[in-house]
Design a binder for this molecule. Structure first.
Ligand SMILES: *[C@@H]1O[C@H](CO)[C@@H](O)[C@H](O)[C@H]1NC(C)=O
Ligand SMILES: *[C@@H]1O[C@H](CO)[C@@H](O)[C@H](O)[C@H]1NC(C)=O
Length: 191
């Protein structure tokens, strides 16, 4: 009888530990990023889109890293206010799925963006994304210089038109004064 109960106890312990192990597996954090490498131009916006799955409530922690610096961007949990570093506060958008939006990009924003997900239990996982920031494209400059040329051509045409109008006005007034003098002359003759 006692023997049987001991076996029961052992069975329960095995089942329990298997269950705990399964829970641990299910609780393992997974971070899915559809796009790990992004390229944007200066002054554009970027969304570091991620999908995090874990058992408990995750805490997201984004860090920026480049050859020169490493600095925290922000930390938050779904449904709570984000704690965003002051330098970023006007440009950062946080999402409850862990994604991070950054607007009005600068050249210095190019680098690595590391997401650390921490679970209440203490386990954590990192994932990194790369951002490249391009300077304003050459075509844009070309477009600007072309529109500059067009503007100066229009200005030239306007100046030519004004010069012609001025000349015509001078001719008309000269003709008028000549006619007045002729009229006066004929009047004088009649007298
Ligand atoms: C996370 O949420 C944002 C905002 O709702 C959405 O744009 C983005 O696609 C989501 N990311 C994933 C991987 O689902
Ligand atoms: C969050 O706020 C604390 C101060 O309350 C600060 O020390 C910490 O650096 C902040 N974390 C991030 C990621 O901004």
């Amino acid at each position: 009888m006692w023997h049987l109960r001991l076996w029961d106890f052992q069975d329960v312990a095995v089942v329990l530990s298997i269950a705990l192990y399964m829970c641990h597996l299910a609780g393992a954090i997974s971070i899915h990023c559809p796009q790990r490498s992004l390229t944007r131009s200066m002054q554009e916006d970027v969304l570091f889109s991620v999908n995090v799955s874990c058992l408990g409530v995750p805490k997201f922690h984004w860090t920026f890293m480049s050859a020169a610096v490493s600095r925290p961007i922000g930390a938050w949990q779904p449904g709570t206010d984000a704690n965003v570093t002051e330098d970023y506060s006007s440009r950062v958008q946080t999402y409850s799925n862990g994604s991070l939006g950054l607007s009005n990009l600068r050249l210095q924003d190019a680098g690595y963006y590391i997401l650390t997900v921490t679970e209440e239990g203490g386990s954590s996982r990192d994932s990194g994304l790369v951002l490249k920031v391009n300077e304003v494209l050459y075509e844009d400059l070309q477009y600007l210089s072309v529109s500059g040329l067009a503007l100066s051509a229009i200005a030239g045409l306007l100046m030519l038109a004004m010069w012609l109008l001025n000349k015509a006005y001078g001719k008309i007034s000269a003709w008028r004064s000549r006619r007045k003098e002729e009229e006066r002359a004929t009047e004088l003759q009649r007298l």
